[in-house]
Design a protein around this ligand. Structure first.
Ligand SMILES: NC(=O)c1ccc[n+]([C@@H]2O[C@H](COP(=O)([O-])OP(=O)(O)OC[C@H]3O[C@@H](n4cnc5c(N)ncnc54)[C@H](OP(=O)(O)O)[C@@H]3O)[C@@H](O)[C@H]2O)c1
Length: 443
């Protein structure tokens, strides 16, 4: 492993091709025999630091169409929080189901799950039939794993009935020294970014792109007013940038003055601090308060000069969904990709049908959407939102920060990179964007 690291650090990536693939590597795992460890506890008491382990695991065989990547850096996504607290279900149920489809998929069904759905690194080995990528290539990986044997996914790969999220519904994820991916997950690493910066946009950037920009999602256009929940968080920080980059007006919802400051730094002008405003959309756990939806809607109109949102970018779920449906403009779109606060949503359907609004479900992104989202990062039009970087050993702590919403933007994790700040090969482009790249640092 040290030889691989040394070759990459010396930027002698061609040499990587001649190196022996190690028989084992270190990765962040959850253990199948611990899936009940938090039983009976409230979600916020379940501690990822107890369930995430750093283990030495055997290197998997590389099958046709796959690549083994030396991971220089990865990032925390909320799906690793879900895996680590075994909610809403243990991810071993996904691995078991996947393992049943073929002998090669069976490799994923193990008593440990190496997690993580982002990476930046260098290809060290490719499987048979791979000709677009080769050992030594500097890459990032998106997390869409598809089989594409059914007709359903051939217009839009997200429609493949065998669609899975790598490192969440498959094994050998990115929070590790090595990772196994299908080569149709690979994309060029943006050359002006460090390993940890390049690794961090992947999952959330692609998701926000499909959800907000793509015709498969809300199909945002110039002049749209876009209400963005959690605007300084993982998804929201990219949605805010896409809105601004695409000529829309984001209305950013955050929960503290520090988070409001980050939204302002990204260029947003219309910001709502939901804590300061004290919205209470639920008067008790079963009953919502439409007067609070109205008060929220009035605040949005006050900021926009009277406009309601053309698009509501939803992911908090149960706590906010009633308000989101209420405040969307007549004919507007509520586009949702998650339910962080609870998946049994409740809203007043009269506001939806009488005002011809639409609810769209969105999930990750197809290869093309992920590629286009990454290309915007490579072009310097969209920037990473890394606030803090942890070592592989500290992954539990990093996931705990995200679990408790005490982070900003994205939290990076180093793999083989011994320190932050490495991997940049285009210093000129970097210099042009340095302030934007560092917006989330030290807040
Ligand atoms: N379907 C997909 O493909 C996909 C992809 C990525 C993520 N997700 C899911 O999307 C969710 C968010 O992911 P993320 O990476 O953006 O997480 P994140 O970094 O934790 O950001 C979420 C933000 O949402 C806001 N928020 C949290 N709870 C809220 C509540 N009850 N009411 C209002 N706002 C709330 C918080 O902002 P403030 O406190 O500042 O308001 C927080 O910063 C997670 O559930 C994740 O699993 C789904």
């Amino acid at each position: 492993m040290q030889d691989i690291r040394d070759a990459i650090l010396a930027d002698d990536t061609a040499a990587v091709a001649g190196l022996k693939v190690p028989e084992s590597y270190r990765g962040i795992t959850v253990h199948a025999d611990e899936a009940d460890m938090f039983e009976g506890m409230a979600s916020n008491e379940k501690d990822p630091r107890k369930s995430l382990h750093l283990d030495d695991v055997p290197t998997p065989e590389v099958a046709p169409g796959e690549a083994l990547v030396a991971v220089m850096a990865s990032a925390i996504n909320y799906n690793t929080v879900w895996t680590s607290i075994f909610e809403p279900v243990s991810t071993f149920s996904f691995l078991k189901r996947y393992g049943k489809i073929s002998p090669l998929a069976k490799r994923h069904d193990l008593p440990y799950h190496v997690v993580g759905s982002d990476l930046a690194g260098v290809v060290i080995k490719t499987g048979e039939g791979v000709h677009t990528w080769k050992p030594g290539d500097k890459v990032v990986a998106h997390c869409l794993s598809v089989e594409l044997e059914a007709p359903d996914g051939h217009d839009d790969t997200m429609m493949d009935p065998e669609q899975r999220i790598w490192g969440f519904e498959t094994n050998f994820g990115g929070l590790a020294e090595l990772a196994l991916v299908k080569t149709n997950q690979l994309m060029p690493k943006p050359d002006h970014l460090t390993w940890e910066e390049a690794a961090s946009p992947g999952l959330v950037n692609s998701t926000a792109y499909r959800q907000l920009v793509s015709a498969n999602g809300a199909n945002m256009t110039q002049g749209d007013v876009v209400l963005i929940w959690g605007a300084s968080g993982g998804l929201g920080s990219y949605a805010t940038q896409f809105a601004l980059n695409g000529g829309a007006t984001p209305v950013c919802v955050v929960s503290s003055p520090e988070k409001a400051e980050i939204a302002r730094k990204m260029g947003a002008e219309l910001i709502i601090d939901r804590s300061a405003e004290g919205y209470k959309f639920w008067s008790d756990p079963e009953t919502q308060d439409p007067r609070e939806w109205k008060r929220f809607g009035q605040k949005i109109r006050e900021l926009t000069g009277g406009d309601d949102p053309d698009i509501v970018f939803e992911h908090p779920g149960r706590e906010t969904f009633g308000a989101s449906v209420y405040v969307a403009k007549r004919g507007g779109t509520i586009v949702t990709c998650a339910s962080t606060s609870g998946f049994m949503h409740q809203y007043d359907n009269r506001y939806l049908w009488m005002n011809l609004k639409r609810i769209i479900g969105s999930h990750f992104a197809n290869y093309k959407e992920a590629y286009l989202a990454n290309r915007l990062v490579a072009q310097g039009a969209i920037h990473p939102t890394v606030s803090r970087v942890y070592s592989l050993e500290q992954t539990g702590e990093a996931a705990n920060d995200v679990h408790h919403n005490s982070h900003q933007g994205k939290v990076g994790v180093l793999g083989l990179a011994p320190e932050e700040g490495l991997g940049v090969t285009n210093t000129e482009k970097r210099a042009q964007h340095l302030d934007a790249i560092n917006r989330f640092r030290g807040v």
